[in-house]
Design a protein around this ligand. Sequence first.
Ligand code: MG
Length: 355
Amino acid sequence: MIITDITAKIFSQEFLKPLVVALGAIKSSDTVIVKIETDAGIVGYGEGSSAPFISGESADIILSAVGILKTGLIGEDPLDIAGIHATMDRLLVRNGAAKAAIDLAVYDIIGKHESLPLYKLLGGADGFVETDITIMVDSPERMAEEALKCVADGFKQLKIKAGVSCEDDIQAIRQIRSAVGPGVGLKVDANQGWTAEQALKVIESIKDCAVGAIEQPVPWWDFEGLSYISSHSDIDIMADESCFNRHDAARIVKEKAADMINIKLMKCGGLFRAIQINEIAESHGLRCMVGCMAETRIGIAAAAAVAKATSNVVYADLDGFLYFTEDKKNTGGFTFEAPFIKLSANPGHGVEVDF
Ligand code: MG
């Protein structure tokens, strides 16, 4: 089997309400849907979700990058996923979302060829994945109200966005814990918003709140700050924006910069690299979460499948699809009943795409 054509289109999605995090308020998100055709008649779909303020990849950039990757991929065997990635890395450094779009479409083809859903292809036993839900930055009172609403909706894990003001962050975390009680899992994501000193001050002030992990306390480039916080914190520190690829994961291990890694398909270039990052983490005693940018059902179904592939992925943060107006282009892939994503048993990622 060989790849005969690769086409890509930008697909714009509006959020139901702006997503407010330490990096700003986000109103909409563009994703690039990629279609890969083969001489066997098997067609695969992938996507590259834009997040230029995190990854440097806008939808236009992803579209251009896919065009560059296409030049080397026509004629290649989609069953040779390692070869596909070697070709992509030879043609273009970084550009994780563009590579993820290709990787997801190729895995969709492999799943269809093997008649297996992605979660089985990757080694997962069943298709049930529990996701958390995100509490966006707002006043501490409104965040506590929102947390209660999410728990009433069935969620058992909450991710609290922080990093705008230390005092408000501390208040929000304390008020949320007292509102939801002890049985709900809490994580905090500062999205690079603190200094190392501020992070340790917040950690000291919330030590009785049973927070499971603090995500990306300091700017992505501040590995020294991450290491300092990790060595002084009783709460696990999770690298997100500091860990895009395998080399970042290796650096995090070497510099003891974090206890956990948030793996996102859109940062690392898709499922093939996500599994490798998890291997690096697991073999050094770091646990992982699988997170998302603002993907459609394609990216969420694929990320949920990789979350099932190993017991070292202890959290799934795959709530992105809940914030959009209804996605009329893509259907299937999974059903959702909070807090569980139930993956489709159809081959590949199982998403039907109106391309
Ligand atoms: Mg994060």
